[in-house]
Design a protein around this ligand. Structure first.
Ligand code: LR7
Ligand code: MN
Length: 587
């Protein structure tokens, strides 16, 4: 009997294993893509594109028939309730081809009905609030797009229609930024005529970029509030009321929803981590970082209350229309894409406004690994010009710091005329960037007068501490701290700050980190996301030149070998335990 039992279990296990293997084959899993290249079962290799940094992208030219075809052929069950879409393996080749058009899985998106169901992702406590929503101001929803897919654009529209109180929607305004797809011409005009809310379509004949396109939409808006969305979002139940409630209470707050993730491969709706706010690194790239301690404390008292954010992501926010214009709308000399979210955030905070994120409002957005469209004039003339403008107008002394470490913005710095924006800054009596850093984002990792900034040099080896390489764009970088030849004053990966509380930080909120009670004699020191627990606190002894770990009282030392890794050992006064904090001028 026991034998039969065991055999039965083995057979069951085998069946289960082979079944899940089949599932895996049928699902388009991330693992199949390697270095932007996909090799299918028959060994056919499909190159999707080449990353050039974060954005630039060499596209494979697709024939017009493919670009203009509308594959929208929904399967009523696909993607239901935010579930991932399963693409059968027979469609893989087509799927890969279509992926290139928008840099997301168009075939999957086209299978999902435009009005797919999504769970109510809100916390229970949110559902009891906002009962007086009829008193809130009405809003125009503004969605700008350039060559967006039919299914993602209209699913955005339908998610607004189906999940917003109709009393609060004045209209939806679609702004077409010179799209070239046939289905976005007459078919779109015909489609929106039959929608149950007023939808206006405005077109720009020439490519003006998202910043000017949004201004174009705003100029036509009749609502008291402007609510902006990217063209590939899905709003979930109760998303709008919390946003309008904030503006109802205070017109000088600009409010963002909590942005969830629509997976670019499977179109699954994934809740994002809630304890994040928006900020930026030394290259002025937008990043999500863990909330400040104070905000975490406040959140524990009341998890439904909106919390402040140093910077907004840019695409999804609501703002009182009159306030938007009074504060200078957008910088109209910014081009195509990028940097406008930082510009607006600095301007709002420094000139008396606020940015908040509402935890009760949840909207999904398709995050892409690269941009599907080109940047007329190249990245230097678009993103880097925009960032140069941000720095010149809003960063004061830190503009020099930014240009020192960022060659491309530096090369277009002289071309920027920011007189009009500086005038606005004066007119609005804005505070300076130093105020912003210490009051809005005290957790920042920029150089200031109260902290060390520069290289950390080992006396014995005559080499400098190095920030580990970022392994994967999507993961928080972690890594073993090592030494490197000391390079110039403009080498960002050798720059560190040491704060008064003893954090040794680098760009992207990374901190030198070691266990409180090291288990071995010599434990490797790592550079990981900052969290400010005792294990990330250090003391520099100018006399002995030691860098001591607060909690273990051990010393930073160097492990000799092919790679000179940093280790933590008992202090012994040896020369490899001596360090020099070499300040680097940054303004
Ligand atoms: O030339 C263009 N014209 C356009 O109309 C280029 C883009 N667009 C449209 C485009 O179709 C889309 O609807 O502008 C919108 C944003 O472009 P995306 O989706 O390609 O950009 P993104 O999601 O990577 O961009 C983020 O950063 C941008 C910087 O300029 C904008 O602020 C986007 O709105 C912003 N998106 C979000 O904040 C969503 C959450 C992502 C995060 C973090
Ligand atoms: Mn987007």
């Amino acid at each position: 009997l026991i034998l039969v039992f065991i055999v039965a279990i083995v057979i069951l296990l085998f069946l289960k294993l082979s079944h899940s293997k089949k599932d895996e084959e049928e699902t388009h899993s991330k693992r199949n893509w390697r270095n932007n290249e996909y090799v299918d079962k028959n060994g056919i290799s499909v190159i999707v594109g080449h990353y050039v940094g974060n954005l630039g992208y060499n596209k494979t030219k697709l024939p017009d028939e493919i670009l203009n075809s509308n594959n929208f052929a929904p399967d009523p069950k696909a993607g239901r309730n935010g579930q991932p879409v399963i693409v059968p393996s027979k469609d893989f080749i087509k799927m890969q081809q279509l992926y290139q058009i928008n840099q997301f899985n168009l075939l999957a998106s086209d299978r999902i009905p435009l009005n797919r169901s999504l769970p109510d992702y809100r916390r229970k406590m949110c559902t009891a609030l906002f009962k007086d929503y009829l008193n809130y101001p009405k809003t125009s929803i503004i969605i700008v797009f350039h060559n967006e897919a039919w299914s993602t654009l209209l699913r955005t529209v339908w998610s607004v229609i189906n999940r917003s109180p109709k009393e609060l929607i004045k209209e939806i305004i679609l702004v077409d930024d010179a799209s070239q797809r046939d289905f976005l011409k007459k078919p779109l005009e015909d489609y929106i005529r039959n929608l149950p809310v007023k939808v206006t379509l405005i077109r720009s004949a020439i490519r003006i970029g998202l910043i000017k396109a949004r201004l174009m939409g705003a100029s036509q808006a009749a609502g008291e509030v402007l609510t902006f969305l990217d063209a590939h979002c899905e709003c979930t139940t109760g998303w709008l009321e919390p946003l309008l409630s904030v503006i109802h209470d205070d017109k000088t707050t600009v409010v963002c929803p909590t942005i969830d993730i629509i997976n670019d491969d499977t179109f699954a709706y994934v809740k994002s981590f809630e304890l994040h706010w928006g900020a930026f690194n030394w290259n002025l790239q937008f990043r999500w970082y863990t909330l400040g301690d104070n905000e975490i404390k406040l959140r524990k008292q009341n998890i439904t209350r909106p919390f402040h954010s140093p910077v907004m992501a840019g695409g999804l926010f609501a703002v009182d229309k009159e306030y938007f214009y009074r504060m200078g709308g957008y910088d109209e000399d910014m081009l195509i894409w990028g940097g406008e979210n930082l510009e607006m955030s600095f301007r709002l905070w420094q000139c008396g406004g606020r940015i908040e994120i509402s935890p009760c409002s949840r909207v999904g957005h398709i995050f892409r690994k690269s941009s599907p469209y080109g940047f007329p004039g190249g990245l230097d003339r678009t993103l880097f010009s925009n960032l140069a403008r941000v720095a010149l107008v809003w960063l004061d002394d830190w503009a020099d710091f930014f240009f020192k470490f960022n060659e491309q913005p530096r090369s277009v710095r002289a071309n920027q005329n920011v007189t009009k924006r500086l005038e606005l800054k004066r007119k609005l009596k804005c505070k300076n960037f130093s105020w912003y850093l210490s009051n809005v984002w005290p957790q920042h990792f920029f150089p200031t007068d109260d902290r060390f900034f520069g290289r950390i040099k080992n006396v014995g080896r005559n080499k400098c501490l190095l920030k580990p390489d970022r392994k994967d764009l999507s993961n928080q970088p972690v890594g073993v701290a090592t030494l490197n030849l000391c390079l110039g004053d403009d080498v960002q990966i050798e720059m560190f700050i040491m704060t008064q509380e003893g954090l040794i930080m680098t760009d992207d909120s990374l901190c030198l980190d070691a266990p409180n009670k090291p288990s071995a004699d010599a434990i490797e020191v790592r550079i990981v996301a900052c969290h400010k627990f005792p294990r990330q606190k250090w003391r520099y002894h100018a006399k002995t030149k030691e860098i001591r770990h607060n909690s273990s009282n051990k010393c930073l030392d160097v492990k000799l070998g092919a790679k000179e890794n940093i280790i933590l050992v008992e202090c012994d006064g040896s020369v490899n335990q001596k360090w020099i904090l070499e300040p680097v001028p940054w303004r």
